[in-house]
Design a protein around this ligand. Structure first.
Ligand SMILES: NC(=O)c1ccc[n+]([C@@H]2O[C@H](COP(=O)([O-])OP(=O)(O)OC[C@H]3O[C@@H](n4cnc5c(N)ncnc54)[C@H](OP(=O)(O)O)[C@@H]3O)[C@@H](O)[C@H]2O)c1
Length: 283
């Protein structure tokens, strides 16, 4: 199977390319230098002779998107439209990555794949538009919503907390945002399994199982570093004045995976314990 990974140098892209190469697939890895997804001609010239295109390119700066929504929309909505149209034209399956930020976070039970979206900020609005652009432009697609990603090859929450813990004796971390920390290597594996299983076109949730909050996750990170988890104190989101709203509840359900016979990613803490050494090797 011939794959193209677009956004291959990002945190998820790096792990996805490794996973596909290790599994023996033929992979073309491209990033902004080879293809600018906001440019239709660039997409048309670059993407051909592939069976599967995975779009992991995105405008991911959540706070900056509040001021630069047009730029974010170009990458997160217009880009996927170009890619979906190109995939339809060349007969390739299109895998597109989306986010929990398409939901407003007001639920108290896990979000279902087919529930209504209601983004609270600019980043979520542009990603929701990207999902619709995919659905409207090809009928051979897999949208995978993920959340709370961490990985060895990018800036992420565990690395930030590890660096802060070297500088401060205590850390104050919010308890009132709940979600599912998800390892990019696990998500890469799920993407591969979805494509190999030839699942029906649709929207799937690619997050770890279970749930936690940032405070408890930070305690697990400190434990992995051999530090005292009691150095992590509780606070609430109200203590931080950030430009973009964060969903307070980001737990995604996995019913669609179960329905098509694809095993969801395991429990967040078990997966973190597996991931910690490689993710915290450099921070
Ligand atoms: N990180 C998270 O916690 C999280 C949570 C939920 C969902 N997601 C989604 O997961 C996916 C992967 O996220 P990530 O954290 O791996 O992202 P990332 O590390 O920010 O990587 C994104 C990649 O896309 C490239 N890119 C940006 N604009 C482009 C363009 N116009 N044309 C081509 N390439 C472009 C970037 O290149 P430059 O570096 O040159 O800009 C970068 O290599 C995204 O769809 C994101 O929305 C992430």
């Amino acid at each position: 199977m011939r794959w193209m990974v677009v956004g291959a140098k990002g945190m998820l892209g790096t792990d996805l390319v490794s996973k596909l190469v290790d599994a023996g697939h033929d992979v073309m890895a491209v990033d902004r230098l080879e293809v600018d997804i906001t440019n239709q001609a660039s997409v048309e010239h670059t993407i051909e002779n592939v069976d599967v295109v995975v779009n992991v390119a995105a405008y991911t700066a959540v706070d900056e998107a509040e001021e630069n929504e047009t730029d974010a929309f170009l990458v997160n909505a217009v880009g996927p439209q170009h890619l979906a149209r190109r995939c339809k034209k060349i007969g390739a399956r299109f895998v597109h990555i989306s986010t929990d930020y398409v939901f407003d976070g007001s639920n108290s039970s896990p979000y279902s794949e087919d529930g209504p979206v209601n983004p609270a900020g600019a980043y979520g609005r542009t990603k929701a538009a990207g999902e619709w652009a995919v659905r409207a432009n090809t009928d051979d697609y897999i949208i995978v919503r993920t959340a709370w990603l961490y990985g060895a090859h990018g800036r992420c929450f565990p690395k930030t907390m590890a660096a802060l813990s070297d500088k401060h004796e205590t850390l104050s971390v919010v308890t009132d945002e709940v979600g599912q920390p998800t390892w990019t290597a696990d998500l890469a594996d799920l993407i591969l399994r979805l494509v190999v299983a030839e699942v029906p076109s649709g929207t799937y949730h690619g997050t770890s199982s279970g749930r936690t909050n940032w405070h408890s996750f930070t305690k697990a990170i400190m434990t992995s570093l051999g530090k005292d988890p009691e150095m992590v104190h509780e606070t609430t989101a109200a203590a931080f004045n950030r430009p973009a709203p964060r969903p307070s509840f980001s737990v995604l359900g996995h019913n669609q995976l179960v329905a098509v016979g694809v095993e969801p990613i395991g429990n967040w803490l078990e997966r973190w314990n597996e991931a910690a050494d490689s993710v915290l090797a450099e921070y």
